[in-house]
Design a protein around this ligand. Sequence first.
Ligand code: SF4
Length: 386
Amino acid sequence: MPHVLDTSVYVHFPWCAKKCPYCDFATRKRPAEAIPHEAYADALLRELVLRGDLRGRRLVSVFFGGGTPSLWAAEALGRVLAGIRGAFEHEAPELEVTAECNPQSLTAEKARGFAAAGVNRLSVGVQSLRDDQLRFLGRLHDREGALRALSDAAAAVPRVSADLMFGMPKQHAMDAEIEAVLATGVEHVSAYSLTIEPGTQFGELSRLGRLEVAPDDDVARMFQAAEARFAEDGFAHYEVSNYARAGAEARHNQHYWRGGDYLALGAAAVGCLGEGAAARRYRNVKDGDAYLEAVGGAASAADVEGWRETLGPEERIQEALMLGLRTTEGVDLGALEARLGCDPLTGREAAVERALATGELVREGGRLIAPRAQWLHLDGITARLF
Ligand code: SF4
């Protein structure tokens, strides 16, 4: 059989019921009844055709992200998923299909509808289980709503993940939240620290000196406490921001962290497909309405793109190091060399030797790994390799 390329698909849904004050994702506020559910599905299917021949590729995961995909009509999402699966010649067994959901729009009926459409993993944006923190984050749900959504998700699909956030003002611990989330039986948790992004409401407040966030020491303490608490429950800290029971890891994300090809569909979606030692990365036009218009008049996929670049081997190596060193499995140097046709450590031998000597990095078999104890210092460690 000729070489088959494993490929993930990311579908971006560009609307939310409300814009959260910390969020810099490409998304706009729009009430559910004003969302062009079917027109957006039609546009995605049209873009899929424009993206060309997918024969010779094996579909390994599909991820509906956003934005808030749980605002989308399940039938429309199902049509898109069926179109994607039909376009690939090969498909991985037990294809992972994830949809990101917000508790406010994930009703029991929506969860069942997504499951019937073929979604088998729901990622729920819990963020916190404290009502004061949820209000601070501008979320539309409360603790009860979050717990209800997790339970509705678990009743509908076999795999559920919860997102948690830490690093909020006056937050010194998140033990109680972790406890409550674990009690729901989820097998995967993503825990992110709150980052203040320019161009957001929080970014503006911070610029004016009117936003308090947790000091770095508190954030580091919470990061370590979370790791210890998850480990007690049998969760592996398998990537800086992700914890999972064995076998419950997010396969879509792992494919991305390992430098796999991913096709992106939808407004603002970013895709990256290898072309020999190089890769072509693109991002579609950002706004949902502009995307619909662009697809309508597009003669080729390039007409839907707002931006594109070609990554050479060195850029691909840097990206592989940045992403891979955030994971317990690290970077598979042999696989990277086979993919790019050059030794990824050439030109950085001295920096790698120094990092190995200080214990910032270790080599295990053919892998370069950052030990977990070093994860709070990863930015500096990777920067010294470039
Ligand atoms: S719901 Fe999610 S994507 Fe939408 S604005 Fe809030 S954080 Fe951003």
